[in-house]
Design a protein around this ligand. Structure first.
Ligand code: DLZ
Ligand code: SF4
Length: 519
């Protein structure tokens, strides 16, 4: 029986289930660069380069190992531009008895695959993606009968099941979670580790030229490009993180610094998410570092929680609730995405810095994403679909299964609290505590109203006022609502007036609010 085995751009793993039992003599591996995937959102240019170059390197390695690979390049004149079109052409050419795929990462592609069962003319076998710790069925069993999910309980089950950082049935060190130790700001003049860059080889340079020709209209700087595009280089990046950065990862996980989007972060999410690294090997390495005495428990537990806990949890939730999940808008947020998300042209220094990091590196770390751009989107009531498209486009590690729950649920609370127990709303004080952004800002983080007030302060109280009917009964919002209750009617009216003026004019004009108000 001859099989055509499908490998998608985020499935670049030798042990992929679609390749289980493959016969080098008869079977053919199918990979295609398609216009549809490079354009379904305006991906950052470096994200397209990473995926296409990693695909080309992966195909090259497979061929060196004597697998037959049917590979379609983006600029092949015969390329129809879609997975369905290219698969149909490959079937005509190779005449397989069946097509084998691993379940895709995105609902959009899964939906396309459902169509293939009748369109292809040959049977389609879709296998589980067993690179994850928790299968979709396993998550569904855990989620059964739960109205709201909490990552912490899911995570504990995963720890017990895998035995990671466990002493018998007890968590290592006696606690499941050491997050409270992981909220330090960076001391002034704290030297940060330098990061590995991987010089583009000939394959990557070809892809850079291709993306420069075809995707000039997409967001972000194309060069310098320094991401790993092979498993060997991704393993080197992992090794560098484990030996140099993990030690400071816990303490400074939430810290932000001008021009330093990496701080002590692992920056391996692009490699995990496209398959060059696997979650199991990465967690095993971190656990070894702890037992070898190379990194403290708060760092190692925090790191393992992101991968074994949070990453698996958001994937489970995504598949459990798509496609209805992305249609909710619990806070009825309808404001369009301001242009400055694409240009960085805003007087809010924190937002400008994070967007600048994002444009340069296709990366910003999780607190930058959650508490700066995300916090702004939440407080300003930006339309969830537009914000989600932005996050999916601009970050090199963004695939919908991971991006959507993080943005829709965690950042925007658009699911009404299915994923997070409260909205992550914060005033400028949080950003000031965790970063050096405010000292370089035209706004004053200490000012709560008036022309030079930090917009985050104004928008924070405006958000609470606007959403009082929806959020005041949330037990975790008790403190801010008690403070709001002490505010005079005049003060509330002033906040509403100034916040509305900012949202209606200040945002669009990309200049300080005082100028907007002077108009
Ligand atoms: C993100 C991406 C891009 C930019 N291009 C391709 C491509 O040309 N071919 C491909 O197989 N995959 C690509 N990807 C990753 C896919 O979007 C990803 O595999 C699906 O979204 C997962 O369902
Ligand atoms: Fe951001 Fe406000 Fe600080 Fe300016 S003052 S950097 S807008 S938090």
């Amino acid at each position: 029986m001859k099989s055509l085995c499908l490998v998608l751009g985020d499935q670049l793993t030798k042990g992929l289930s679609a390749l289980d039992g493959i016969d080098r003599a008869h079977d053919v591996i199918f990979m295609a660069e398609v216009e549809q995937e490079t354009r379904y959102v305006p991906h950052h240019k470096q994200k397209i380069v990473l995926i296409l170059s990693a695909m080309r390197h992966f195909a090259k390695t497979l061929r060196q190992e004597r697998f037959q690979v049917h590979y379609v390049a983006l600029d092949d004149p015969a390329n129809s531009g879609s997975f369905s079109g290219e698969l149909a052409r490959a079937i005509t050419l190779h005449q397989p008895d069946r097509v084998i795929a691993t379940e895709p990462g995105e609902w959009r592609v899964a939906d396309m695959m459902r169509g293939w069962t009748t369109q292809l003319g040959v049977p389609l076998e879709v296998r589980d993606d067993d690179r994850f710790f928790c299968s979709r069925q396993r998550f569904a069993r855990w989620a059964e009968d739960r109205k709201s999910y909490r990552m912490e309980f899911f995570y504990r089950e995963m720890r017990r099941e895998t035995g990671l950082l466990m002493q018998g049935d007890k968590p290592e060190g006696g606690e499941w979670n050491y997050d409270k130790e992981n909220r330090k700001s960076l001391p002034a003049h704290h030297p940060l580790p330098s990061r590995l860059r991987f010089e583009p080889d000939e394959i990557t340079r070809d892809v850079i030229a291709l993306v420069s020709r075809r995707h000039a209209d997409h967001f972000g700087d194309l060069e310098p490009f320094g991401w790993a595009v092979t498993r060997e280089d991704a393993l080197e990046a992992l090794d560098h993180f484990m030996t140099v950065c993990l030690v400071g990862y816990g303490d400074y996980q939430d810290a932000m610094k001008t021009g330093e989007p990496f701080v002590y972060h692992a920056i391996i999410s692009p490699y995990l998410n496209c398959g060059l690294l696997t979650p199991r090997e990465v967690c095993a390495r971190a656990e070894q570092s702890f037992y070898a005495g190379h990194a403290p428990l708060n760092a190692v537990e925090g790191f393992i929680r992101q991968i074994l806990g949070w990453r698996e949890y958001v994937r489970g939730l995504y598949w459990q609730h798509m496609p209805a999940y992305r249609g909710t808008n619990a806070l009825e947020a309808h404001r369009p995405l301001p242009d400055f998300f694409w240009t960085g042209d805003t007087q809010m220094n924190c937002v400008a810095q994070v967007i600048n990091d994002t444009r340069q590196h296709a990366y910003a770390h999780h607190i930058q994403r959650l508490m700066v751009t995300g916090n702004f989107a939440l407080l300003a009531g930006l339309e969830p679909r537009a914000v989600e498209e932005w996050y999916l486009a601009v970050y090199i590690d963004a695939f919908e299964w991971v991006e959507l729950p993080n943005t829709h649920g965690m950042v925007l609370f658009a699911d009404g609290g299915m994923l997070a127990s409260k909205p992550y709303a914060a005033s400028g004080a949080y950003i000031n505590r965790m970063s050096d952004y405010c000292s370089g800002c035209g706004y004053d983080v200490k000012e709560k109203s008036g022309p030079s007030a930090c917009p985050f302060n104004l928008l924070y109280w405006h958000f609470l006022i606007e959403n009082q009917p929806r959020l005041a009964t949330n037990p975790r919002m008790g403190m801010p609502y008690r403070t709001l209750a002490k505010m005079s009617d005049d003060r509330r009216a002033q906040i509403t007036r100034e916040a509305t003026a900012f949202l209606d004019t200040g945002i669009r004009l990309n200049r300080p609010r005082q100028m907007a108000l002077d108009l």
